[in-house]
Ligand binder design. Structure first.
Ligand code: SF4
Length: 242
């Protein structure tokens, strides 16, 4: 049978299997539902994947910084991060893991898949719950060989942190105009640092989401704000549906 037909039949078989009720599943049926929800956070055991073996490049990673609101796949619901973590970034079209091949319903780095993927059993979540929050990697673990980059990350964190942004938005001592100006200054610094590092180091733009986390403007929704970048700078708005 031609390979493309094998792939079609294989996909159909998996789609039929994925119709099973959760209680009927006792082993991995490769339905792809776990990979479609998003990539895993990385743990100490995964360090060799991002250093040395190069199975996973920096452009495949994304950092969620301290103070960001993120969806907790294990506990469910939104949670405000007490510590940053690094995970495999989502594909451009949606939340699915960047290494998920939706045509083949499979993982394109299966032999090198990270710890969470290896221990996840959707029919028995005990092991994933055990390792989920343990020894998560932070940026410093991965870029510790470049002192210059670490300094830039530290400086960016001082000037564009979520705790700083929260302080401004919750301040009782400033009126809206003063707050808006400070937030716009922070958005401008965040953008300027990213642009400068990308330009000077000739980096793939996707790498910036790992080095500096998600652009600050993309996280404003958690403060009930939104913004757009016009030719003359940032225009800040109070979101209609915070
Ligand atoms: S690394 Fe592979 S197994 Fe893990 S979520 Fe991504 S596609 Fe799925």
């Amino acid at each position: 049978m031609p390979p493309f037909l094998c792939a079609v039949f294989e996909k159909k078989k998996k789609m039929n299997q994925s119709q099973k009720k959760p209680s009927e599943i006792t082993g991995c049926i490769r339905c792809g539902k776990c990979c479609a929800k998003g990539g895993p956070a990385l743990h100490r055991e995964d360090l060799t994947l991002v250093k040395g073996s190069a199975a996973v490049e920096w452009r495949n990673l994304i950092t969620y910084r301290k103070g960001e609101l993120v969806h907790d796949n294990v506990k469910g619901g939104l949670t405000c991060l007490e510590r940053e973590f690094v995970k495999l970034r989502p594909a451009q079209e949606g939340p699915a893991c960047i290494f998920y091949d939706s045509d083949l319903c499979g993982c394109s780095i299966y032999p090198s898949r990270p710890l969470e993927c290896r221990v996840l059993k959707c029919w028995d979540t005990g092991k994933i719950e055990e390792v989920y929050c343990q020894e998560r990697l932070v940026r410093q673990d991965i870029i510790q060989d470049s002192k210059t980059l670490l300094q830039i990350v530290g400086e960016h964190e001082k000037r564009c942190s979520h705790s700083g942004l929260r302080q401004i938005t919750q301040s009782q001592d400033m009126n809206w105009e003063e707050k808006a100006q400070k937030i716009v200054d922070m958005l401008s610094t965040d953008k300027a640092v990213r642009d400068l590092v990308a330009q000077k180091a000739g980096l793939d733009l996707a790498v910036l989401d790992f080095i500096f986390g998600r652009p600050l403007f993309m996280t404003l929704f958690q403060y009930g704000l939104s913004c757009e970048f016009t030719g003359s700078g940032w225009k800040l708005k109070i979101a209609s549906n915070p």
